[in-house]
Every structure is written in C-alpha cells, then in structure tokens.
Design a protein around this ligand. Structure first.
Ligand code: R5P
Length: 302
C-alpha cells in the first residue's frame, strides 16, 4: 500500500483545454499503429519532417567498397550527425557500438552480389530485426527486372507482413503487432530507363504493397511527379560519388521537389571530408540551405 501521508488531491484537469489529437506529420502514415509512428518519428525529425539517413550497407553486394574498408574508422564518427543509420546486421553486430542511440534502418534482404545476378534475395527473419532493436526494415524491389521482379516484390510484401506480425495472436492483435515500418528500396537494373515514369511506377508499387517510406533516385525531369504520386514519404539515394557541390545540389533539388530526405552513402563516406559533408547535407535537408550556402558550410567545416 502506497504511503498516503501528505496525499495531494488531483486538481490539474485542464477543463478549459480539450485533449489534443495531433495528426501524424508524415504523409500516408496517419493510419498506422503507434509503434510504427514512433519508429518513423525517430527516423524523421518531427520538426523539419525530414531525415538524413547515412547508408553504409553497400558491402553486402559489393564487398569492401571505397570508404567502407573500415566502417569503425569511417562511419562510426559520423553516426551522431545522422538521423538514422542504414546498415546490415553483420556490420551492426560487429562494428557499431550498441551504446549509440540513433535509430537503425536495417538492410533486411540479401542473397546475391554484383558478381552474379543482383536482387535474387531472401529476407531476414523478423525476430532478428527485433533482436537488434531496428526501427525499420529496408528491402529491395526490382520492378521491371524479369529475373527478380517477382521475388523482390514478394520479399517486400512478406517483410511488411512480418513488420505487422502478431506476438500473441490470442490477445488483442493491436496490442501485439510488432509495428516495424518497411522502407521499400527501388532497384534499377542496367537495362531500365532512369526516368520519372520508371521511378513513379517503382515507388508506387512499393507503397501499394505496404512500404511506410520509399527510397529512390532523383531525376531532373519530373521528380515532383514521382513524389506527388507516391502516397508515402520518399528519400533519395545519392548514387555514385559526385563533386561535393553537385551532391549538395542534388539533395537540394530533391527536397525542393518534395522529397522527405536523403539516404546517402558514397557522397558522404567517399567525400574528402565526410564529416563536413554530413553537416552540409543536414543543412540542406533540415534548414533549407541553398546548395551555395551548404557548399560554403562544407568548406568552412573542412
Ligand atoms: C543500395 O542498394 C544501397 O542500399 C545504398 O544504401 C543506397 O544506394 C544509398 O547509397 P548511395 O548514396 O551510395 O547510393
């Protein structure tokens, strides 16, 4: 029995203030469960509505890519400047300190490499995703690729289902849904057109199959249409290494066209000054810096 000596009567009922029901800040995610929303709100900054995800999952298909030979030396010092870390479970367990507090978007499929046929992947068990406390699962979808379209789309469907899997089916399902959102990652085969029509289709397929957010590539022509037709937020990959000012311009144009952030790898960890680049990209994504101002910031931080 709690000690009732000096019990203070409850009185702050706020009768003049109705309890607020706030709309969730990320498009297309209002009707998801509390856990999904909370995880997304760790990945996306609720103030800006945007995110800077630091991608370092390249090794699972490419091996020791330039800049990722020693993830402990190159990526770990950058983590505190990112909103989210995107990596594989192998790197997470072997190199990333479990004391870090940033959300993890876990690469959740694997199976093939650049040496053979890309994307013939299978997905991780959701139990392992829970074990490493990931905030989202990233799965590749290869629309238009005859060899892997079906398997990768099924992978996404399966992963979304696992993210909603019930821990205790005989109880109230809502209480026990795992609530882990899925990032659909649009793969682009060598023979596919990299245009707004293709990326519009690919991002929409990911969203239609349940992805809570989608990663794709920026294109100069019609990217605003890609964003508008996708009912959930879009983040852009950086792609191959560009000069720093060009990479900042790419991020700026994507944000101006409605992207909700970046999931960037090589343009950060292959930069001459990765930490300065992280800060400059965050300036573009969260503060709306122009490419010129962001490049100035990069040079000041070098
Ligand atoms: C690609 O499948 C990987 O998931 C990368 O995370 C993604 O392409 C982003 O990295 P980058 O900015 O280097 O393209």
């Amino acid at each position: 029995m709690a000690d009732m000596d000096g019990f203070k009567e409850a009185s702050a009922y706020g009768f003049d203030q109705p309890q607020r029901n706030e709309a969730f800040f990320l498009k297309g995610n209002e009707n998801r469960g509390w856990g999904v929303k909370n995880r997304l709100a760790r990945i996306f900054n609720p103030k800006s509505g945007h995110t800077v995800m630091l991608a370092c999952d390249h090794g699972f298909i490419m091996g020791p890519t330039s800049g990722l030979e020693r993830v402990d030396l190159t990526i770990n010092p950058l983590i505190e400047y990112a909103d989210c870390l995107m990596c594989t479970r192998g790197i997470l367990r072997s190199v990333i300190p479990p004391t870090m507090s940033k959300p993890v978007c876990l690469r959740s499929d694997g199976g093939t490499t650049i040496l053979t046929d890309l994307n013939l992947n299978r997905v991780y068990d959701v139990e392992d995703v829970v074990r490493v406390n990931a905030s989202a699962m990233a799965v590749m979808v290869a629309c238009g690729d005859r060899a892997s379209e079906q398997i990768t789309t099924q992978n996404l469907v399966h992963t979304v289902d696992m993210g909603e899997k019930l821990g205790a089916p005989r109880c109230n399902p809502e209480l026990f849904s795992l609530g882990i959102p899925v990032l659909g990652v649009t793969a682009v085969g060598k023979d596919m057109a990299r245009d707004a029509r293709y990326f519009g289709l690919a991002t929409r397929v990911c969203a239609e199959n349940g992805a809570a957010f989608v990663k794709t590539y920026y294109v100069d022509e019609g990217f605003e249409k890609v964003v508008a037709q996708c009912p959930v937020p879009i983040v852009i990959a950086g792609g191959k290494k560009l000069p720093e000012d060009k990479a900042l311009e790419l991020a700026y144009k994507a944000i101006q066209a409605g992207a909700a952030g970046v999931d960037m790898g090589r343009n950060v960890f292959q930069s001459a000054k990765p930490l300065a680049m992280m800060k400059a990209i965050a300036g573009v994504v969260h503060q709306g810096l122009t490419p010129q101002d962001a490049f100035q910031l990069y040079n000041d931080e070098k």
